[in-house]
Design a protein around this ligand. Sequence first.
Ligand code: HPA
Length: 290
Amino acid sequence: MISVAAQHFRKLGGLPADWSVDVGLVLGSGLGGAADNLLDSRSAVVSFRDLPGMVTPGVAGHVGRFIVGQLGQLKVIIQQGRVHLYEGVGESAVIFPGVLMSELGVRVLVVTNAVGGIRRDLTPGDLMLIRDSIRVPVVAGDGSCGTQSDSSVQHVHGHRIWCPRLLQKFQSLPVAKDCPAGTYAMMPGPAYETPAEVKMLRFLGADAVGMSAIPEAMAVSSRGGAVLGISCVTNVAAGIGETPLDHTEVTETGQAAQNKLRLLIAAFLEKLSHELEDSGRLHGYGADCL
Ligand code: HPA
């Protein structure tokens, strides 16, 4: 199934049969616009709905398409939108795009998502880099995440999900000096948390909370790719701010933060492109640095 989807992807993108991707970028809730003008003008669009095995997202703010093209030396796939576990599609559908990118040879995956800030210094519009994560659907859920759906992600070591070298590289960019790093907790959703749940997450050591990102990060890291996570704080988590949360606030703040995200991602990819130009391949990340 996955090799068929990869063949379709290459065909629909007008790519050669042996085409492989260097960097994948996943843009979450309200963050799809961070892709604008990132790639050169010859980029192609591949819609989720045209790929066998892909599920189309049902949530506002998630487009459901890939943009494929070049940034400097890098061959890049940008994924605009994702499906979530809470859409009831099963974990294999949620990780499918990540597995597809791995099948296409992805070396580095940059995953973005929208989160509520738990740590006091995280306010709407901030970007938090993911140093570590807590997968609450597994800690306290129904066990539907990472069990039988995909045998190759079952025994991934948690510490291998987020690549420390990529994180360091990103933090060394002058434009990233204001981005703190922290621990991200994934809740099952689709309801936002209660104030008591946010208290629990803070007690567990979480700095921010969202409903996505970890499944695809695991799918790619377990296949040898390196993953960097960037969370956009769209609101303060429940019980910390005065006002109740709503999805419009999440997408609107995400949209306002897109410019900042685009600048940071463009600077990061440029750095990786130079690295590829200098040494012929992206190495020292993911499975290479364990
Ligand atoms: N909780 C969970 N997911 C989210 C939030 C939140 O507060 N904000 C954006 N996505």
